[in-house]
Design a protein around this ligand. Structure first.
Ligand SMILES: [Zn+2]
Length: 62
């Protein structure tokens, strides 16, 4: 039996401390941020900076 939250998303708990995970990034990892860090698990974070924007070179030489 699977417990679901009100919006229908499945409840995922941290594999170490049992805290409920809301961030899909940590849900995918199976651990919360703190526990992942303590376990040495690297969580890939999405950053706002685009890796390669053709309209904006390195910012130098203009
Ligand atoms: Zn935890």
């Amino acid at each position: 039996m699977t417990a679901n939250t009100r919006d229908g998303a499945p409840v995922v708990r941290c594999g170490r401390c049992g805290r409920r995970l809301k961030n899909p990034v940590y849900i995918e990892a199976g651990f919360g941020r703190t526990c992942a860090a303590k376990l040495g698990i690297v969580i890939p974070q999405k950053r706002k900076t685009a890796p390669a924007d053709p309209a904006a070179p390195d910012g130098e030489g203009r």
